[in-house]
Ligand binder design. Structure first.
Ligand code: IZC
Ligand code: ZN
Length: 419
């Protein structure tokens, strides 16, 4: 068998090849691992996965993985990666005890990023986003969702969406685009949310025509949009052919989780305040629960999402960074894995399923990402770690050694000249 690249002497090859669909409930605690394994690819496509020395493979390049861990590229299914500026100036307010919603109400938070995103040129926004995507790649992420939502007007929402679309073809990262025009109520629409939502809905035809987004999302939260406003908005988006997802029960328990499952949302995200009814409905639905423990940590909230109860009720759970300049300014999905272990009480097996195969289904890429299987593209990570438990265990550092995207080496962190 002729190959371009063969990885051999792999200690643990985690394939995520459970069969079709996301993994849910008890199945989340199963991790398909091949010990002492090899994987080979040609022209960017996986042609062999198996035990070492089972098959003769004639490869142009052979990489001895020295017993290390190899996994699929990670999938980050919830990020606000396209944005201007930053919000470190709000740290003093946070330290004085101002809450996220209080800062938003004061005209800061999302509104602050909206002002900075409006000021950024298309090119400035694009170059800044490339830096964030490169850092995500260095953490082992090879597929990412990118939301708009820092324009709250036609011009700047389209600027964000066009940056994401250009990077879909120009950057090696696979990017799934989401329209989040309903991210907050701009000052000139205060008290007139319905009119603002109508304005955002009026953009959908052009977004669909120009293929600028696959998903539509909305922030269902106190002081932003109600659950009923969100239901109506997302149902209209579905009628126009969009897939939908929702920021639900992030801060206040409004019942967005239940609504997401009722309308057949692809994912319901945050869910810190999900009710027991909402948890039960997730278990009985195809809606993926995307949990963002980094945000709960960074907002210093005591209550984390009840991920343990969701898994116990047979839900499919995914993890994401929620990378954004305000409530979770980190691209480090590995750190999220550690927080999920400690605060959500998820096992290493559940965590690895939640950052690969389940995340890929949360952004409609279940057939393309999050799994290593013959015939799929070679999005592969070699970790400087002896096993999959080691990554969330040894926290706050980057364990990636090499990242291959479509079979091409795109990140090599294994090179040190320390003599
Ligand atoms: O604050 C932000 O910029 C991102 C966010 N949207 C909803 N929750 C957090
Ligand atoms: Zn978010």
């Amino acid at each position: 068998m002729k190959a371009d690249i063969l990885l051999t002497n792999i200690g643990q090859l985690v394939t995520m090849d459970h069969g079709d669909g996301p993994v849910r409930g008890k199945e989340m605690n199963v991790l398909p691992v091949i010990e002492n394994a090899e994987i080979a690819w040609k022209d960017g496509q996986i042609i062999y996965i198996g035990q070492m020395n089972e098959t003769k493979i004639d490869a142009n390049e052979v990489i001895d993985c020295q017993g290390k861990l190899v996994t699929p590229g990670l999938v980050d299914p919830h990020t606000h990666v396209v944005f201007g500026g930053s919000r470190e100036h709000e740290v003093s307010l946070k330290l004085q005890g101002a809450s996220y919603l209080e800062i938003l109400e004061m005209g800061g938070g999302i509104h602050s990023t909206v002002s900075q995103t409006k000021l950024a040129t298309h090119e400035e926004l694009k170059q800044k986003t490339i830096q964030h995507l490169n850092r995500m790649l260095s953490y082992g992420v090879t597929t990412v969702e990118a939301k708009s939502g820092y324009g709250l007007d036609e011009e700047t929402e389209f600027k964000q969406l066009k940056v994401a679309k250009e990077l879909q073809s120009e950057h090696v990262m696979d990017i799934v685009s989401t329209f989040l025009g309903a991210h907050a109520v701009p000052k000139d629409y205060k008290g007139n949310e319905e009119a603002f939502l109508e304005k955002m809905l009026s953009l959908l035809d052009q977004i669909k025509e120009e293929e600028l987004a696959e998903f539509v999302d909305i922030f269902a939260e106190t002081g932003v949009f109600s659950v009923e406003q969100s239901r109506e908005f997302l149902l209209k988006a579905k009628e126009k052919g969009f897939l939908v997802k929702i920021h639900a029960d992030e801060i206040d328990p409004l019942g967005g989780t239940e609504m997401a499952t009722e309308i057949g949302a692809t994912s319901a995200d945050h869910l810190c305040g999900a009710s027991s009814k909402g948890v039960e409905m997730l278990g009985d639905s195809n809606t993926i629960a995307v949990i963002l423990p980094g945000t709960t940590f960074y907002l210093n909230k005591p209550e984390f999402a009840p991920a343990r109860a969701m898994i116990d009720q047979n839900a499919a759970v995914s993890l994401a960074t929620d990378f954004n300049p305000g409530s979770c300014p980190t691209e480090n999905l590995q750190l999220i894995m550690t927080i999920a272990m400690l605060k959500l009480k998820m096992t290493p097996e559940e965590i690895w399923n939640a950052v690969t195969i389940n995340s890929s289904y949360a952004i409609n890429r279940g057939e393309q990402a999050g799994k290593l299987k013959v015939g799929r593209k070679a999005d592969v990570v070699i970790w400087n770690a002896p096993n999959y438990t080691y990554v969330p265990y040894h926290f706050g550092v980057n364990h990636v050694e090499s990242v291959f995207k479509n079979g091409k080496l795109v990140v090599n962190r294994g090179v040190f000249d320390v003599s």
